[in-house]
Ligand binder design. Structure first.
Ligand code: CJB
Length: 806
C-alpha cells in the first residue's frame, strides 16, 4: 500500500500526542523514533497475521532456522525499505524538519551475535521473507548483546551492551505461547501400566521460556515472517524454589548474555543450558503449533516442518525431537528417528578445530540427563548399523560419544539428512579433510551452499550515492533483483559513469572521514586509499599480516621520505573475544603502531591507521560504502566463507585476497584482472602440514625486510608494547608462525604495491571497481536461500500469495 505523505505526517503527530502527550516540536529524537517505529510496525501487523494464517490455511511446509546468534543490526530503515515507504517517509520527515538518518541512529543495534554466523542468519531472515518463503528464526533474547568495545591505552575494554534499556520497539512478547523446559536432576526409565518405558524426572529444574516475536518483513511482497527469541523466566509452579535473590538471579542469568565465557565450568554449564533452552522451547512450540493448526498425524511431521541447525550450537535439536516423539508422542524409536533425520539439516561454518563443539559426558549427564540418555542410544544404534558396513576404525572415529566427550558436529551429521559448507572451497575441504570420514559414510548428505548477503541492505540502505548512480545508469530493476547489477558491465568503458561512481565513493569517504574525526580525533583525507579490514579479531584472519605490511611501509618512508606512494588510510574494525588473549595483544599492537605513525611528522599523513572501536553492523554500514580496498587475507583453508568480502565488493571495493573461502568465487566472478590474489593456496598449506618443513626462523634469517619489521616489535621502535611486542615476536619465531604470515609476507607486499600503482590510474581503478559491483549480484542471500529452500528444506515460495493479495 502506497504511503500518503500528508497522512503519514498527521499520523506521526497524532501518535506522539497519544503516547507522549506532546507536540512534535517538543519531542526528543528518541520519542520520535519510538513513535515512528510503532507506526511502521502497525503498517505490517496485518500482513504479519495474514502471512501466518496463510501458511496455516494452506498447510505450507515451513522451515525453522535455529541459531544461537542473530545480528539484525538496526531495523528502522530496512523495514521502511521493505515496506516500500522509505523514500516517502524520508520526505515526510524532511518536511517536518527531521532527518531520517539522524533518527535511525537512535535505534540500538540488535547485536545478538558475534560475527559472520549471526549476521548470515539475519541476512537469511530478510531473504527468506523477501523470497516469500515460509520460514522463521528461533534463538535467544539475550538481555545484553555482544559487549561494547572501548580502547583504553590501546587495550580493548569490554562494557555491557544494554540494548533493551529503552525497550525494543519491534518485538512482541507472547506470554500465552510460553513453554516449560526441564534441566538438571535425574531421569530414570520406569515401566508404565501398559508395559511401556517412560522417563521419570527427579529434582529437575523447570524454566519458563517466554517468546518474543519480531516481524521479518519481506521486500515489497506483503510477507512478514517471525523471528522468535526466547527469554527465561521463573514459572509460577517454581516460585517457592526461587525465594532468594541470588537463586532468582542465577536462573535469570541464563538468557542474560551472549556466549558467556566458556573457559570455566560455570560458564560452560550456562552455555550448554542456553543451547538446550532455546532448542527445547523452539521444538516444543513447533510441535504444539503443528498439532493445533495442521491437524495432521505426527508421523507426517517431516512433510510440514524443516528444522535447520545453524552450526552445532542447536545440535540438541536431534535428541530433543527424539525425546518429544518418543516420550510424549509415543512413537517407536525407528519411526521417530526416520522423522527426525528427515526434518533436520545442518550447516558447518568452520574447519577450526577449536570451534567444533564438544561437551564432557559428565557435564552433559548432569545438565541434561534425558538428552544424554537419548544420545547414548543414538550412538549405540549408529555403531550397530555402521559396523556391518564400514571398518571398525572409521565407525569409532565418527561416533557421537567418544573419548569421554559428546561430539556435536557428529550428532548434527548423523541426525540430519543434509550437511553443507558455506563456500565451494570450504565444502570441498569438509568432504576431503575435516569431515572426510562422514563423507565416506554419507556421501549423499554433503552439499555446498555458498553464503550470500542481504544485498538491499548492503547497497540501497547503506550506499545511497552509489544506488542513485546505478538507477541513472541501468534503471531500477537491480533494486528488486540484484542479478541485474550485471547490466552495469556495459558501462565499464563509459567515462561519465566511471566518474559518477567515483564521485559517489568520494561522498562516502568524506562522510566516513568526518565520522573518524568525530570518534577518534584522527584527521584523514578522502583522497587517500581507504584500505579496510573489518571482521572478528582472530589469528587465522591475520590482521597481524596487515600490520606487518604497514610497519614495512613506515620503515620504508622513514628511510626514504621521497618514496613515491599513494596516501593510504588503513582502517580496522574488530572485536576480540574477552578471553582471547593473543587477539587482544594484536589489538594493542595495532593501536600503538597507529599512535606512532599517525603522530610522526616525518610521515606527513602519507599513511594513517584508524582502529575504529566497537565494530558492529551499524559501523560496518558506515565503513563499507567508503572502502577502496577489501582485505581478505586469512590463511588459505581457514576462512569458511567470509561475507564482508561480498559486502565490500558490492560497494565497489577491490578485493585483496588469498584464495580462501568465498574469495575464490569472487575471483571467478570478476576475473583475475579485477582482484589482487596473493599467498599460499590451500593445497600448499596442507603440503606444509604434511612435510612439516615450515620454518619461520629461516624466513626471518634470510629475509632482511621481514627481520626489520619483526624487530620493530622488540627493539622499542613501536613504543608501549614491551610485553605485547615480545609475545607477537615469539608467536612468529619461537612458536613457528602458526598461520604462515611470514611465508605470505612477500607476495602480500607485492600485491599491495600493485594496488598502489593501480590506484594511481583512476580510470583503471574505477573500471575495476565497476566490474566488482556488476558481478556482485550472485552473492545475494536471496539466491542462497532459494538454493536451501529447493535442495534442503523443500519449501515453496509464496509467490501465488503475493498475487492473491495484490
Ligand atoms: N563463523 O562467525 C562465525 N562463528 C563461528 O563460530 C564459526 C564460523 C563464520 O561464519 C560465517 C558465515 O558462514 C563465515 O562467512 C565465516 O567464514 C565464519 O568464520
Amino acid at each position: 500500500m502506497a504511503l500518503d505523505k500528508e497522512i503519514f505526517k498527521e499520523e506521526l503527530k497524532q501518535r506522539l500526542r497519544e503516547n507522549y502527550a506532546m507536540e512534535l516540536e517538543d519531542a526528543s529524537e528518541q520519542e520520535i523514533f519510538y513513535t515512528l517505529g510503532a507506526l511502521v510496525k502497525a503498517r505490517y501487523s496485518d500482513a504479519w497475521r495474514d502471512t501466518w494464517k496463510y501458511y496455516v490455511d494452506k498447510n505450507k511446509k515451513q522451515v525453522y532456522y535455529f541459531s544461537i546468534e542473530f545480528l539484525p543490526g538496526r531495523m528502522l530503515k530496512s523495514n521502511l525499505l521493505n515496506l516500500g515507504i522509505l523514500d516517502t517517509a524520508r520526505e515526510a520527515l524532511t518536511d517536518l524538519g527531521i532527518h531520517l538518518d539522524d533518527l535511525a541512529e537512535v535505534e540500538k543495534d540488535m547485536a545478538l551475535g558475534n560475527g559472520g554466523l549471526g549476521r548470515l542468519a539475519s541476512c537469511f531472515m530478510d531473504s527468506i521473507a523477501s523470497g516469500g518463503f515460509p520460514g522463521n528464526g528461533n534463538g535467544i533474547r539475550y538481555d545484553y548483546g555482544l559487549f561494547k568495545q572501548r580502547f583504553v591505552d590501546g587495550y580493548q575494554v569490554e562494557l555491557p551492551d544494554e540494548w533493551l534499556q529503552s525497550g525494543n520497539i519491534w518485538e512482541v512478547r507472547r506470554e500465552s505461547k510460553a513453554v516449560d523446559v526441564r534441566v538438571g536432576g535425574h531421569v530414570y526409565l520406569a515401566e508404565t501400566n501398559d508395559g511401556k518405558l517412560k522417563p521419570v524426572y527427579e529434582n529437575e529444574r523447570v524454566l519458563r521460556a517466554v517468546p518474543y516475536d519480531t516481524g521479518m518483513v519481506g521486500y515489497e511482497n506483503n510477507v512478514v515472517n517471525t523471528l522468535r527469541l526466547w527469554a527465561v523466566e521463573i514459572p509460577d509452579s517454581e516460585e517457592d524454589k526461587y525465594q532468594s535473590i541470588q537463586g532468582r538471579r542465577e536462573l535469570e542469568d541464563l538468557t542474560a548474555v551472549l556466549y558467556p565465557d566458556d573457559s570455566n565450568e560455570q560458564g560452560r554449564l550456562i552455555r550448554l543450558t542456553q543451547e538446550y533452552f532455546f532448542v527445547s522451547a523452539g521444538i516444543q512450540s513447533i510441535i504444539r503449533h503443528y498439532k493445533k493448526w495442521f491437524q495432521k498425524p505426527i508421523s507426517k511431521l517431516s512433510e510440514y516442518v524443516s528444522i535447520h541447525i545453524n552450526d552445532t550450537h542447536p545440535a540438541l535439536c536431534v535428541p530433543e525431537m527424539m525425546r518429544i516423539l518418543i516420550d510424549e508422542e509415543e512413537l517407536s524409536w525407528e519411526q521417530a528417528w526416520d522423522i527426525t533425520v528427515k526434518v533436520m539439516s545442518y550447516t558447518n561454518h568452520t574447519i577450526m578445530a577449536e570451534a567444533l563443539e564438544k561437551w564432557s559426558i559428565d557435564l552433559m549427564q548432569r545438565t541434561l540427563p534425558r538428552m544424554y540418555q537419548i544420545m547414548e542410544e543414538i550412538d549405540a544404534r549408529y555403531v550397530q548399523t555402521m559396523q556391518e558396513l564400514h571398518p571398525h576404525d572409521l565407525v569409532e572415529r565418527t561416533r557421537i560419544i567418544r573419548n569421554g566427550q559428546v561430539h556435536m558436529a557428529h550428532l548434527s551429521i548423523i541426525g540430519s539428512h543434509s550437511t553443507n559448507g558455506v563456500a565451494k572451497l570450504h565444502s570441498d575441504l569438509l568432504k576431503s579433510v575435516v569431515l572426510h570420514d562422514f563423507y565416506i559414510i554419507y556421501p549423499d548428505r554433503f552439499n555446498n551452499k555458498t553464503n550470500g548477503i542481504a544485498q538491499r541492505r548492503w547497497s540501497q540502505i547503506v550506499n545511497e550515492p552509489m544506488s542513485n548512480v546505478l538507477d541513472e545508469t541501468i534503471g531500477k530493476t537491480w533494486r528488486q533483483d540484484s542479478g541485474d547489477l550485471k547490466l552495469l558491465r556495459n558501462y565499464q568503458s563509459d567515462q561519465a559513469v566511471l566518474e559518477k561512481l567515483a564521485e559517489a565513493k568520494k561522498i562516502n569517504k568524506q562522510k566516513l572521514a568526518d565520522y573518524i574525526l568525530g570518534t577518534t580525533d584522527i584527521e584523514v583525507s578522502a583522497d587517500a586509499i581507504f584500505d579496510v579490514q573489518i571482521k572478528r579479531l582472530h589469528a587465522y584472519k591475520r590482521q597481524l599480516l596487515n600490520l606487518l605490511h604497514i610497519i614495512k611501509l613506515y620503515q620504508d618512508l622513514k628511510e626514504n621520505p621521497s618514496l613515491e606512494m599513494q596516501k593510504r588510510v588503513f582502517i580496522f574494525g574488530a572485536k576480540a573475544a574477552p578471553s582471547y588473549h593473543y587477539a587482544k595483544v594484536i589489538i594493542k599492537c595495532i593501536n600503538e603502531t597507529a599512535n606512532l605513525i599517525n603522530n610522526d611528522p616525518d610521515i606527513k599523513d602519507r599513511i594513517k591507521i584508524v582502529f575504529l572501536p566497537n565494530y558492529n553492523v551499524s559501523l560496518a554500514e558506515k565503513i563499507i560504502p567508503a572502502a577502496d580496498v577489501s582485505e581478505q587475507i586469512s590463511l588459505a583453508s581457514k576462512e569458511a566463507s567470509g561475507t564482508s568480502n561480498m559486502k565490500l565488493m558490492l560497494n565497489g571495493a577491490i578485493t585483496l585476497a588469498t584464495l580462501d573461502g568465498a574469495n575464490v568465487e569472487i575471483r571467478d566472478a570478476v576475473g583475475d584482472d579485477n582482484i589482487y590474489i596473493f599467498g599460499l593456496t590451500e593445497k600448499e598449506v596442507y603440503e606444509y602440514y604434511e612435510n612439516q618443513e615450515y620454518s619461520a626462523q629461516r624466513l626471518y634469517d634470510e629475509n632482511a625486510v621481514i627481520r626489520r619489521v619483526l624487530n620493530a616489535f622488540i627493539d622499542g621502535t613501536i613504543p608501549n608494547i614491551v610485553y605485547e611486542g615480545r609475545e607477537i615476536f615469539d608467536s612468529l619465531i619461537k612458536y613457528n608462525d602458526e598461520y604462515f604470515l611470514l611465508r605470505d609476507f612477500d607476495s602480500y607486499v607485492e600485491a599491495q604495491e600493485e594496488i598502489d600503482k593501480a590506484y594511481g590510474d583512476q580510470t583503471f581503478w574505477q573500471k575495476m571497481s565497476l566490474i566488482n559491483i556488476a558481478n556482485a549480484g550472485r552473492f545475494s542471500s536471496d539466491e542462497t536461500v532459494s538454493r536451501y529452500a529447493e535442495d534442503i528444506w523443500k519449501i515453496e515460495s509464496k509467490d501465488s500469495f503475493v498475487t492473491e493479495k495484490g
